[in-house]
Design a protein. Structure first.
Length: 211
């Protein structure tokens, strides 16, 4: 499984020490930079989210391994199937801050989405190479790994600035599982990562692959 503008004031002090305070109190120096106002107002903005999809995605699966009555360690390595990303891509308008966008999405979905890792843009994908699973009994077993992936569309608006649109993606959960090809998986939904793992690694017609 799986978490300020101080430049003008400082300039006045320096100018007062080196010359007079008149230069810092002039209308030209005191007037705010009009080009900075939209940037400040749109630093984060307000996000509206749509088409939010949360689903378990298989990230790795191993070949099946036959174990005898005493079980043993599953040594087949997992091959990567999917590399999840944590990013926010701007499609129209000014480029958004990915961290701010993902933080907003995390707050929108709540729960694990509010963990700091959810908004860590560019975080590494979960490792699928560390397979240390053991079984105490027989079976034709398959290990697999998955994440709960979240994708959504956004529209960011802010006072005095152009709106932005785009899409964001991250994940909330890293998980793993073991299935037995010799046992039916009828209780699993078609979208369950265990179902997909069975179809990929079990022999055609094996009980785990049948509805």
């Amino acid at each position: 499984m799986m978490k300020h503008t101080k430049g003008w004031a400082a300039a006045c002090v320096v100018a007062g020490l080196l010359a007079t305070t008149a230069a810092c109190s002039s209308d030209d120096q005191a007037r705010p930079d009009p080009t900075a106002t939209p940037t400040a107002k749109c630093a984060t903005g307000t996000y509206a989210w749509s088409d939010v999809v949360r689903r378990d995605v298989l990230t790795g699966v191993a070949e099946k391994q036959k174990l005898g009555k005493n079980g043993g360690r599953l040594t087949q390595p997992l091959r990567r199937l999917h590399t999840p990303r944590t990013e926010a891509a701007t499609e129209t308008g000014p480029k958004v801050d990915p961290v701010a966008a993902l933080r907003s999405l995390g707050a929108h979905i709540g729960g694990a989405g509010e963990d700091s890792a959810f908004s860590q843009a560019g975080r590494p994908a979960p490792d699928v190479d560390d397979n240390t699973t053991e079984s105490s009994g027989p079976g034709t077993l398959v290990t697999y790994a998955y994440v709960e992936e979240v994708t959504a569309g956004f529209r960011r608006t802010c006072a005095g600035g152009e709106p932005s649109t785009g899409r964001a993606t991250s994940w909330t959960v890293e998980g793993s599982g073991v299935l037995d090809c010799d046992e039916p998986q009828a209780a699993l939904d078609d979208s369950d990562p265990g179902r997909e793992a069975a179809l990929l690694s079990c022999a055609p017609g094996a009980p785990a692959t049948e509805d």
